[in-house]
Design a protein around this ligand. Structure first.
Ligand SMILES: [Zn+2]
Length: 68
């Protein structure tokens, strides 16, 4: 059994008041950011992430280890 590290981002980790349970997991931070931005656009009517939002999202990204 091997373990793999993923970057994980949860909407609740960025803004708990949004009450959104969206979670995304990817291999790189860049990928997670892209998926997060896409979700923000589709579900939270955010056309693009502001620098403050990007910083907030980056701070909320966690590294998780998954057994594969
Ligand atoms: Zn959300």
């Amino acid at each position: 059994m091997a373990s793999k590290q993923y970057k994980q981002l949860g909407c609740l980790d960025v803004d708990a008041s949004a009450g959104c349970a969206f979670q995304v997991r990817a291999e790189t931070e860049t990928e997670v950011l892209q998926l997060g931005a896409m979700h923000a656009k589709q579900c939270h009517q955010m056309e693009s992430l502001s620098p403050e939002m990007t910083a907030k999202v980056k701070a909320a990204i966690k590294t998780v280890t998954v057994n594969v």
